[in-house]
Design a protein around this ligand. Structure first.
Ligand SMILES: [Zn+2]
Length: 200
């Protein structure tokens, strides 16, 4: 596609969302703020969303659980309960953009009884003072939808979101997500250096 963009296309390019999942009490906030500055410089109109997980395993890295790369959803649910040894909310003064909930624990909410989903979704949303829930592993079901509808919470579904971790950033696409624990600031800068060339 080439030529002058129509007004509606310009509108889309002005409202890119870059969502950062799995932010948690282990997250190195100094590095995170540097990464957000990199994004703001590369994509000046981007809306940054910080998706927070409340309870998890205390680690020396910014990840939520040991075992290296997610997904670890094959683990039995009690793995997440037994390994949890810290909880925390975003530090005051951090510029996190829009805060969203990733649930109380990074467990697959899909197929859980509605009462358990409600406890995790609603408690975490009230703790974080947000009305947006991003399900761990992007997995949700009718019960997740029912809870979110009941409490006026926006449920973020897998559809339309592109994984920045696996794809080159393309400013013509509006919704991107990534995991800052997979990056150093330099690695993220490299990712967006490509984008800056494209934006011109
Ligand atoms: Zn996650």
């Amino acid at each position: 596609m080439s030529g002058v963009p129509r007004d509606d296309e310009r509108q889309v390019s002005m409202s890119i969302i870059i969502r950062n999942d799995d932010v948690n009490p282990n997250t190195n906030v100094t590095e995170l703020m540097e990464m957000y500055r990199i994004i703001e410089e590369a994509v000046p109109n981007a809306e940054i969303w910080t998706v927070w997980s409340v309870i998890n395993r205390k680690l020396a890295t910014s990840n939520l659980y040991p075992d290296g790369d997610l997904p670890i959803k094959e683990k039995p649910l009690d793995y997440f309960y037994r390994t949890a040894n810290q909880m925390g909310l975003p530090l005051e003064g951090g510029r996190y953009g829009k805060i969203c909930s990733h649930g109380m624990l990074h467990i697959c909410h899909k197929d859980m009884p509605i009462e358990l989903q409600e406890m995790s979704i609603v408690t975490s949303c009230f703790l974080l003072n947000t009305k947006v829930f991003v399900p761990p592993f992007s997995e949700s079901d009718k019960n997740t939808e029912a809870v979110c509808n009941k409490f006026g919470i926006d449920l973020v579904k897998r559809e339309d979101w592109m994984p920045l971790d696996y794809k080159d950033f393309d400013p013509s696409h509006k919704k991107w997500y990534f995991h800052s624990w997979r990056y150093t600031p330099d690695k993220l800068r490299e990712k967006f250096a490509h984008a800056c060339e494209r934006v011109g």
